[in-house]
Design a protein around this ligand. Structure first.
Ligand SMILES: C[S@@+](CC[C@H](N)C(=O)[O-])C[C@H]1O[C@@H](n2cnc3c(N)ncnc32)[C@H](O)[C@@H]1O
Length: 199
């Protein structure tokens, strides 16, 4: 029987891979990223047109969380696995300056990139922190909307992550997420290596 990756091993591999992607995204994904991805996923690029090109190009989500429900003016929003921060900036466009948008990501280099991106847009209602989806560093009942785009599938502890999302959502709040799912079981030896496991 092949040894499964432990949660710590998965986190280490995510830090390694996404630490590199934070510096260069080129040719790293099998699906369209950057502007091409946003177009294919039906993002409202009129809303996005003021977003700097470097932020657009850092996008590597797998879907469009804003197509699943609204983010309203003055909402408090969390993006789990925010990467370079494109969806944080989009969410801030919808909440307006009276709302607040937080992003968390496991990978320090991604967090630094998202912070730089947000500073370049001069957004004072956004904040990014280093944290995993398995231990979200916010109080219970904090958020109107939690979004996530292509991150929960990378967590080795998905149930814990989803419980954390439910904990930080206000009663009646919404979790709008896009992710990768398996339709069939994969061979044990593929699941036992990070590249296979993370697709
Ligand atoms: C495919 S990228 C998507 C990034 C961003 N959501 C976007 O749409 O551009 C996945 C992101 O999830 C982060 N990530 C992976 N596992 C995570 C975890 N357990 N907790 C928080 N972030 C995680 C990665 O560092 C990476 O930035």
């Amino acid at each position: 029987m092949m040894k499964k990756l432990s949660p710590n091993e998965v986190h280490d591999q995510v830090r390694r891979r996404y630490g590199e992607i934070a510096y260069s995204i080129k040719d790293r994904f099998k699906y369209p990223a950057g502007r091409e991805g946003l177009l294919k996923l039906g993002y409202d690029l009129t809303a996005a047109q003021v977003i700097h090109e470097g932020i657009v190009e850092s996008f590597c989500g797998v879907g469009n969380p804003f197509s699943l429900g609204p983010v309203r003016p003055e909402d408090t929003v969390l993006d789990v696995g925010c990467g370079g921060g494109f969806d944080v900036v989009m969410a801030s466009h919808f909440t307006g300056p009276e709302g607040r948008v937080y992003g968390i990501d496991l990978v320090p280099a991604m967090v630094e990139k998202a912070k730089r991106n947000i500073m370049s847009m001069e957004l004072s209602n956004c904040e990014i922190r280093v944290a995993g989806s398995e231990a979200i560093p916010f109080d219970d009942n904090t958020f109107d909307v939690v979004i996530s785009n292509g991150a929960i599938y990378l967590s080795p502890l998905k149930e814990k992550s989803l419980n954390e999302v439910c904990r930080v959502l206000k009663p009646g709040g919404c979790f709008q997420f896009a992710d990768v799912v398996l339709n069939d079981d994969i061979p044990e030896k593929v699941a036992a290596c990070f590249d296979g496991w993370a697709g």
